[in-house]
Design a protein around this ligand. Sequence first.
Ligand SMILES: Cc1cc2nc3c(=O)[nH]c(=O)nc-3n(C[C@H](O)[C@H](O)[C@H](O)COP(=O)(O)O)c2cc1C
Length: 328
Amino acid sequence: MSEKNRNDRLVVRGVDISPPIALAPMVGLSHSALRTLVQEEGGVGLLYTEMLAAKRLPHDNEHCSPLLIRSAGEKPLFYQLVAASDLYIRAATEKLHSLGAQGIDLNLGCPAPILKKQGAGASLAQDREQLTKVLRCLRKNTELPVSVKIRLGESVDVAHSREFCRFLQGEGVDLITIHARLNGEKFCRKPRWAVIGEIKDAVSVPIFANGGIFTVEDAQKCLELSCADGLMIGRGAGENPNLCAEIAQSVYGGSIGRKKSKTEIYFKFITLLEERFAPERQLGRLKQFTPYFAAPFPFGHHLAAAIQTSDSIEQARQRATDFFAENT
Ligand SMILES: Cc1cc2nc3c(=O)[nH]c(=O)nc-3n(C[C@H](O)[C@H](O)[C@H](O)COP(=O)(O)O)c2cc1C
C-alpha cells in the first residue's frame, strides 16, 4: 500500500479512530496526564488505560483511583481488562459502562510472572476454554467495541497465529493489536513486524501493529512490513510525546500545530500530574515517566537520576529547570 492511500480513518463498531494510531496501555504511564499530553500534541486516534484487574475494578473509585481518573477530552478511551476467568467480567463491564468507556480491551499479551501464575494475560491466550468463556461473557455484556492485545506467542508459528486471530474474530473481537514479539522476548529485541504481515489477511477485523516504534521511519517500516491497519505506540510516546503527531503527519497526512519544545512538554506534564492526581501520587508518576522522556537527551540519565532522588514535586521541578538550562 502506498503512503498516500493509507486509510487515515477507521471506524470500529461506530467508534471513529482517526488517525489509526493508538497510545499503548502501560502500567504507571498510560494515565490521564500522559494521555492528555499526547492527545494535545495530536496524531493519536485511540487511547488506552493501563491494565485493570477485572476483579478489583468494580470496587475502585473513579474519583480517586489514579488508574481511573480521566478528563472529559480523553476519548476514544478503551479500558484494558486483565482477567483469568469470566468470573468478574460482567461486573467489570457494567463498571466500564458507568465510566463512559468507548471500548473494552482484554490483555492477552502480558507475559509477566504474576499474571502467568494467575492464568491471565499471555497465559489466558493459551487457555482456549477459559478465553472462550471470557470473550463470550464480554460480548454478551457489552455493545462496545471489544479489542484484544496479543503477542506472537511462544514461537513463531504463523499458521497458529492466523488460526488464533480467526478464533478471536469469531468470538466477536473487533480489533486486534499484535505486539510483534514472542512471549519471552525482551523489549530490546528487534520486533518481528513482518510476521504480522503474514497473519493480517487471515481476518477482516483491523489489526494494529505494536512494538519498537520510536521514529517516523520506524512507523513507515512497520507499516510496510506488517500491512497493519494502524499502529500502537508505547515507550516511543514517553520518549517523544510528539511522536504520534509526527507519524500522523508523515503517514496519514495530518497537520501538526505549533510544536512545543521538550522543556515545555516536560513542564506541561508536571502541571497535568498536579491537576489530575492527589499530591502523594504526582511524584511517583513523574519518576516513572522521566527515564523514558530523558532517554533521547545526551545526558538524559542525569535528569532521570535527579528526578529519581527528588523528595517533592517542587524539588523535581527545580532540578528539571536546572537540567534544561544546561542541556537545551
Ligand atoms: C512500563 C510499561 C508498562 C506496560 N504495561 C502494559 C499493560 O498494562 N498492558 C499491556 O497490554 N501492555 C503493557 N505494556 C506493553 C506495551 O503496551 C507495549 O506492548 C510494549 O511497550 C511494546 O511497545 P513499544 O515498543 O511501543 O513500547 C507495558 C510496557 C511498558 C514499557
